[in-house]
Design a protein around this ligand. Structure first.
Ligand code: AMP
Ligand code: GLY
Length: 440
C-alpha cells in the first residue's frame, strides 16, 4: 500500500464522482475536490469540497497549495484547455492530465487530424481543414460522398453534423454559414459501430482499459440531437459483442502509436473509434476520461487508481492493470428538455435506497453517481447538464442492464432516461449491423 497522499480532484460530474470513488477505495488517499457545482457524491467522499470553477486556474492552484496537495487529477476538458494542468504543474503539484498544448489532441480537431496525418497514425479518415466558410461549402458541393462537418473547437460533442445521417448537404452548408466558424474540419463520413477505448498514459507507458459503447443521441433508437452521452456499456471481455479481439487490439495499437508520437503525454488518452468494414478508424481523441465511460471503467478496475497516479508522478512504470472481468451498464438521468432546452434549476429527488436495494439482489451490483446536480441547503437541483447516473455491474451485459434498471427507481419526476442502452435488442442490432457491413 502507498503512503498517505493528498489528492486534488478537479470537476463535479459523474465522471469525477467515479474517480473520487476509485481513489478513496484506497485508504491511503486523502481526497480534496473542487468544481463549479457542489456534487453531493464527491462531497461525501472528500475531506473538503470547494466551489471553484474548473477553468479558474489561479483559484485551483491556491486551493491545491492551501491543502498541500501531493498530486492532482483533472476530469473535464474545459480545465485542460484553460491550462489548469500547466498551472498546477508549475506550482509543483504533479497533475495527471495533459498540459493545454498536448490537450489540443482533443480541444482542436484540426490539430488532431493534422497531427495524425503528419505522424502517420493509422485509422485517420480523409479530411480537409477550412478557415473560409465559402471554400468549405464548395468542398461539400464537390465531394463525392458524405462528409462529417466539425467545428475545430470544443462543442461538448454537440457541434458535429454528419451529412447523410443528421443533415443534408444543403443543411450542412446552412449550418456553416449561420455559425461562420473560424476553422472547420470536413472529413469522410465513417460508417460502422462506435466504441471507446481509454488508456492510462504516463512516462511513455500505455495501459488500455476495456472497450465501451456510449450512446450520444438523446432519444431511444439513436434518434434526436447529440448529447454528452446518455449511457454506455462494457462487457466482461475487453472487446464488445459486435467486435473481435483483433478489433480491440487494433484500437490499442492506434493509441500506442499516438503516445509514441507524443512521448511527454500524461493523463488518460481516450480513443473514440468507428469500427468500419475496414477495421477501427479514429472519430476523435479525448485528453481525459469519458463521461459516462469513466463510470463503466473505474468500478471494475481492481488495481488501485491511486497507485497508477503515484507511479505516473514518480516517473515509474505504470502498474499492469487488473480488471474484475464483469460487464457494466450505465444509464444517465437527465433534465427534461436536455440537451436542447434543459429544465435547469428544477428540484429533484434521488432515492439512494432504491440503488442499495438493486445492489442487494443475488446477482450483480448497482452504483449511483451524482453528476451535474447542485446541492443546496434545501435539496438537489438540476443544472443544464446530466443529473445522475446508475451503473449495473454483473457477469453479463444482460444482467448488468437489469441491475441498472432496478437502480433507476431512484429517479424522481422531471428526469429522462434512455432505457434502451444495454438491452438485448440493441446489442443484437449492433451485431447485425457489423455483420452486414462485413458481408458476413
Ligand atoms: P465528436 O465531437 O468528434 O465526438 O463527434 C460527435 C459524433 O459525431 C461522434 O460520436 C460520431 O457519432 C459523429 N462523427 C464524428 N466524426 C464522424 C465521421 N467522420 N463519420 C461519421 N460520424 C462522425
Ligand atoms: N462520452 C463522450 C465524452 O466523454 O466525450
Amino acid at each position: 500500500m502507498s503512503d498517505s497522499e493528498t489528492v486534488l480532484l478537479v470537476g463535479g460530474g459523474g465522471r469525477e464522482h467515479a474517480i473520487a470513488r476509485a481513489l478513496t477505495a484506497d485508504p491511503a488517499c486523502d481526497l480534496y475536490a473542487c468544481a463549479s457545482n457542489r456534487n453531493p457524491g464527491i462531497a461525501s467522499l472528500a475531506a473538503r469540497f470547494e466551489t471553484i470553477a474548473e477553468t479558474a486556474a489561479a483559484d485551483v492552484v491556491d486551493y491545491a497549495t492551501d491543502v498541500d496537495a501531493d498530486l492532482a487529477v483533472i476530469g473535464p476538458e474545459s480545465a485542460l484547455e484553460a491550462g489548469v494542468a500547466d498551472a498546477l504543474d508549475e506550482a509543483g503539484v504533479y497533475t495527471f492530465g495533459p498540459n493545454a498544448d498536448a490537450a489540443r489532441i482533443e480541444t482542436d480537431k484540426a490539430f488532431q487530424r493534422e497531427f495524425m496525418d503528419s505522424a502517420s497514425i493509422p485509422g485517420c479518415p480523409d479530411f480537409a481543414v477550412f478557415e473560409d466558410t465559402a471554400a468549405a461549402c464548395e468542398y461539400i458541393d464537390a465531394y463525392d460522398g458524405d462528409l462529417a462537418v466539425k467545428p475545430a473547437g470544443l462543442t461538448g460533442g454537440k457541434g458535429v453534423k454528419v451529412i447523410g445521417d443528421q443533415v443534408s448537404p444543403e443543411e450542412a452548408k446552412t449550418y456553416l454559414r449561420e455559425h461562420d466558424y473560424d476553422r472547420v474540419v470536413l472529413e469522410e463520413r465513417l460508417v460502422g459501430e462506435e466504441f471507446t477505448v481509454q488508456a492510462f498514459v504516463a512516462n511513455g507507458d500505455v495501459r488500455p482499459t476495456p472497450a465501451i459503447q456510449d450512446h450520444k443521441r438523446a432519444y431511444e433508437g439513436d434518434e434526436g440531437p447529440n448529447t454528452g452521452g446518455m449511457g454506455s456499456y462494457s462487457d466482461a471481455a475487453p472487446e464488445l459483442p459486435f467486435m473481435t479481439a483483433q478489433d480491440y487490439a487494433d484500437a490499442v495499437e492506434i493509441l500506442e502509436a499516438t503516445v509514441e508520437a507524443l512521448p511527454e503525454y500524461k493523463g488518460v488518452l481516450y480513443g473514440q473509434f468507428m469500427l468500419t468494414a475496414d477495421g477501427p478508424k479514429v472519430v476523435e481523441f479525448n485528453a481525459r476520461f469519458g463521461d459516462p465511460e469513466a463510470m463503466n471503467t473505474l468500478p471494475v478496475l481492481d488495481t488501485s487508481l491511486l497507485d497508477v497516479l503515484t507511479a505516473a508522478r514518480d516517473g515509474a512504470s505504470l502498474p499492469q492493470l487488473a480488471f474484475a472481468g464483469q460487464a457494466t451498464v450505465c444509464k444517465y438521468a437527465v433534465p427534461d428538455g436536455y440537451p436542447t432546452d434543459p429544465d435547469s434549476g428544477a428540484k429533484i429527488a434521488v432515492d439512494e435506497d432504491s440503488v442499495d436495494a438493486a445492489a442487494a439482489g443475488s446477482d450483480g451490483d448497482a452504483l449511483l453517481f451524482y453528476a451535474s446536480v447542485d446541492e443546496r441547503s434545501d435539496g438537489l437541483y438540476t443544472t443544464t447538464s446530466r443529473s445522475f447516473a446508475v451503473v449495473g455491474i454483473a457477469d453479463s451485459i444482460a444482467v448488468a442492464e437489469q441491475r441498472a434498471e432496478d437502480a433507476l427507481a431512484a429517479a424522481g419526476d422531471g428526469l429522462r432516461v434512455r432505457h434502451d442502452v444495454g438491452k438485448p435488442e440493441l446489442l443484437q442490432r449492433r451485431i447485425d449491423h457489423m455483420a452486414d457491413l462485413r458481408g458476413e
